[in-house]
Every structure is written in C-alpha cells, then in structure tokens.
Design a protein around this ligand. Structure first.
Ligand SMILES: Nc1ncnc2c1ncn2[C@@H]1O[C@H](COP(=O)(O)OP(=O)(O)O)[C@@H](O)[C@H]1O
Ligand SMILES: O=P(O)(O)OC[C@H](O)CO
Length: 500
C-alpha cells in the first residue's frame, strides 16, 4: 500500500491533537482532546501524564478511523510538544512518580533565587542560553528529587527516567525501547550545553541531578524507532520527527533563513528568530535556544517567551465572564475606537521576556467612570500586541537585524482586530498563512523529510498566505500608546515581593 500520509502528534499545554497531512502537506483530518489542568496551590500547574498518553493515543486512532485511513498508509509520525513540562517515571513499570510539572508552574522560583545568589546566572546564560527562571525543566527535576518521597534514592539507583512530553510519548509509543529527545527540547532543560551539544556536567552538579535520568539527545529529523505493534493494529510506523512546539512552528512557517521571525499566539506568545548556525547571546532578556538539528547541522534561534497571551482572553471569558467565547473578544473590542486609555498587564504568572520578573502580577490601569467592558476587552487584546513589541524590540537590539515582516500562527490569530493592532504597533506587515497549524505542520515536515517524502526546498514552496495586515497608525500615536504600556508594566513589577 502507498504510504501517503504523515501524522503529526501535537501534545500542547491544554490539549492533544493528531493531524493527518497528505503528500501535498494539506490537512486531511484533525482530532483533538482537552485534558485536565491541576492547580494544587497558587502558582502551581500540573498535568496527569497517563491522561496525556491516553488522550494522545485516542486522538491518533480517532483521526485515522474518522477518515477511513489504515495505519499502514502512514509513512511517519512527527511529534511536537509543550516544552519544559517535566516528568519522571519508572523505567520498568512506566509509572510516573508524580504529576508532570508544567512549564507555567512557579513553585521553583526559590530554587532559581538560590542559583542567582550563588552567582550562577552568567554560567546558565553562557552554557544553556537560558535565564535562571522557574520556567525551565532543571529546577522542576530538582523539586521532584527533593520533595517526592523515595525519588532521589530511586533516581540514584538508576531506576527512573526524566523526559519532556516528546520523550514520554516516544518511550510509550515504542514500549520503552527508546528514551530520546531532540536538540530543541534538550535546549529548554537548563541542563544542556547548547555549544558543545552535551548534557552539562556543571549544571547537573549544581542542581544535584543524576545523569542516568536523562534521555539521549538526537537530531529533530530522523527515524528514532517504530511504534510497537499493538499501538496501531500491527502497523509499525516510523517515528521520524521531534521538535518542541515553538521550534516546530518556526520550521512549519519555513523560517529557514537567518533573520526570519514567527510569532505563535496560543496560551502564551512565543517569538522565535532564526539566527543561523551560531548561537546569538542576548543582552536584552531573550533566550538563546536550539531551533533544530537537521542534515547534520544545528541551527539556533533567539526566543522571546510571553507567558500569558490567549490565556488572558480565556480569563476574560472564564473568570471575569465579560465575554461568552474567545471569538466574542473581537466583536466587543471592535465596538470601540481604542482602549480609552485602559491598559491590561496580564502578568498572572510573572513576566517572561524581556522582563523576567517572577514576582510581577497582573493589573488593570487607567480605569475611569466611563470605562466599559469593551475597553477592557480591547486592552486585553492590545496586551498581546504590546508584549510582542517588547520582544521584537529586544530581538532587533540583540541581533542587529531589522524586522521586515512578522509571520503569525496559533489559535488567537483569527482575531482581525488584534492582528491589525499588531501591525500598527510594529509598523511592519503581519502575515497570516492559510494553514495556521504551523506547529503540527513543522512536525510533519521534519518527519516527512526524514522518510524521504519531502526535502527542505519542497516545503518552502508550500507556504501560502491567507491575509496580510498592513500598518495604519500615525507613528506619534504609536509611540504615545506604547509609552503608556511601558509605564503600566513598570508598575506591576516586583508586586509579590514589595512590602511597601
Ligand atoms: N478569536 C479569538 N480572539 C482572541 N483569542 C482567541 C480567539 N480564539 C482563540 N483564542 C485564544 O487562543 C488560545 C488557543 O490557541 P491554541 O493555539 O489552541 O493554544 P495552545 O496551543 O496554547 O493550547 C486560547 O488561549 C484562546 O483564548
Ligand atoms: O502548548 P503551547 O502551544 O502553549 O506551548 C507551550 C510552550 O512550548 C512552552 O514553552
């Protein structure tokens, strides 16, 4: 039988998706399942890894069945995942020792403070490209070793394995035959030396993490193994691509040239600029990270991670109940000229790039007796664009490259009011592609390339634009609005730590 499909498994923060692509990289079908979010304490976020595994397999089988496609017709599986989310499990039983600690989880902020006090920040930056923040896996592993009874002893006896969600899925799909991750995911652990491309002894030592926990690090496009026979009714499907979701989106948007930038507007916003074969250090609060390893080469990116973006729209809907659905935000925001001087700073989980303030918290500024929900809704959407501008300014400063256009994707880019304001704020065109599932597309490309279905040139030709938003705001007005935003951000900083 002709192997004509590539299946992307997109293990996101709130849902598992399986997306089938045909040989022309068109979407044939999508299945999606949300899973539970656990918030055991303020600032803590956990996932049940067994639920994720069940949901991921469920959608993989569902998308094949719904479209009447036999597993044997799938040429390869590409995996892409929420990054940093940390799991430790037993190498014999496959049982997790604890829920996964999610990237948004702030419980390890004190461990990060301790690393900073020990003067390790420059070492972390130099070796891993990251900053000392609770966001990354390293301090989450440390927390599990210190706080879950028996885990440190079992880890030291070599009985346990650590992985981000990619490694967890590959390990399960291959029934424990492979414990692997790829360069892009490894570069988010705070344990991986992005220059030597090895686990970093110093960081492992500083955090007291046994090496035996760690997966093997492989390129982002190669056959890592095949699915165990019982997974898909006897078909042994090659698992041929792995990349963290934001790097996968950069690949899916075919940002293959140095200086090309994409922004994904999902729960958070993640901007990545391809910086080519050399890691570019940041002086402006960005991360230096591995984009992918392919064709025997590793390429790097500068990244700005914004923790709360679309999640702020969910907050309007679920907590404030100002809107009934995320789509409503466009309707209400469109009913006013502008936010009427209101600024929403959605620092619910502290601030990421370029501020890196774990102790900032959300705030609404500029309220007057005339403020309506339309203004607050608009200001919430504006905050996605302002945060993006903060990161773009930092990227331009660090790389010396001036942004020409911004390629966008993710669930929130359907919002035309927000996209237009983004173009206005940046003063460059914002390009929205036809397929906004860039993350899954990137994973599919990586897998399809590994099994010879496509090459890199083929996929560049497949990128089609659906709409371009052109800037249409007076530069003086832009500067004035942005100044207000900077003032608002400043006033939220250190909120949790200031006693005054
Ligand atoms: N029309 C819309 N306007 C603004 N935000 C939206 C809209 N539709 C969806 N969103 C936001 O997009 C996010 C979902 O995007 P998605 O890419 O699926 O996120 P993730 O992969 O992070 O789970 C949600 O946070 C939601 O609030
Ligand atoms: O699941 P997403 O799309 O919100 O992405 C999460 C990021 O990978 C976290 O770094």
């Amino acid at each position: 039988m002709d192997k004509q499909y590539i299946m992307a498994l997109d293990q996101g923060t709130t849902s598992c998706r399986a997306i089938l692509f045909d040989r022309d990289a068109n979407i044939v079908g999508i299945a999606q399942k949300e899973f539970a979010q656990y918030f055991p304490q303020p600032g803590w976020v956990e996932h049940d890894a067994m639920e994720i595994w069940g949901a991921q397999m469920g959608v993989a089988r569902e998308v094949l069945e719904t479209h009447g496609i036999k597993p044997a017709a799938v040429a390869a599986i590409g995996i892409t995942n929420q990054r940093e989310t940390t799991l430790i499990w037993d190498r014999e039983t496959g049982k997790p020792v604890h829920n996964a600690i999610v990237w948004q989880d702030r419980r390890t902020a004190p461990i990060c403070d301790e690393l900073k006090e020990r003067g390790l920040e420059p070492v972390i930056r130099e070796t891993t490209g990251l900053v000392a923040d609770a966001y990354f896996s390293g301090t989450k592993i440390r927390w599990l070793l210190d706080n879950v009874p028996g885990v440190r002893e079992r880890a030291e006896r070599g009985e346990l394995l650590f992985g981000t969600m990619d490694a967890w899925l590959v390990w399960n799909l291959t029934r424990g035959a492979r414990h692997v991750t790829d360069y892009s995911n490894a570069s988010r652990t705070m344990l991986y030396n992005i220059r030597t491309l090895e686990w970093d002894e110093r960081m492992l030592d500083e955090l007291g993490i046994p090496r035996s926990l760690l997966p093997e690090v492989r390129p982002s496009s190669e056959v890592y193994g095949t699915t165990a026979t019982e997974m898909f009714g006897g078909a042994e499907i090659p698992i041929a691509g792995i990349a963290g979701d934001q790097q996968a989106a950069l690949f899916g948007q075919t940002c293959f040239e140095q200086g090309m930038v994409k922004n994904t507007y999902g729960t958070g916003c993640f901007l990545l600029m391809n910086t080519g074969e050399a890691p570019v250090p940041s002086k402006s609060g960005l991360l230096t990270t591995i984009a992918w390893g392919i064709d025997g080469r590793v390429e790097y990116a500068l990244e700005g991670a914004i923790f709360i973006a679309g999640a702020a729209v969910q907050w309007l809907r679920d907590e404030l109940k100002l809107i009934d659905s995320a789509e409503d935000s466009e309707y209400y925001a469109g009913k006013v000229e502008d936010s009427g001087g209101v600024y929403v700073v959605p620092a619910f989980a502290g601030l990421g790039a370029p501020y890196w303030d774990m102790y900032s918290r959300g705030a609404i500024f500029g309220l007057t007796r005339g403020t309506r929900k339309e203004h607050i809704t608009r200001a919430t959407l504006d905050s996605l664009a302002y945060q993006t501008k903060d990161v773009i300014d930092a990227m331009q400063a660090d790389s010396g490259i001036t942004l020409k256009t911004l390629r966008v994707d993710g669930g929130a880019v359907v919002n035309n009011v927000m996209m237009q304001f983004q173009a206005d704020m940046l003063g460059v065109n914002v390009e929205r592609p036809t397929i906004t599932e860039s993350t899954a597309l990137g994973a599919a490309y990586l897998a399809g390339i590994a099994v010879g279905m496509w090459n890199k040139n083929d996929v560049v030709g497949k990128c089609a634009l659906e709409r371009t938003f052109e800037p249409n705001m007076d530069p003086a007005l832009r500067a004035q609005r942005y100044k207000g935003w900077k003032k608002a951000v400043k006033r939220t900083m250190h909120w949790e730590k200031d006693d005054e």
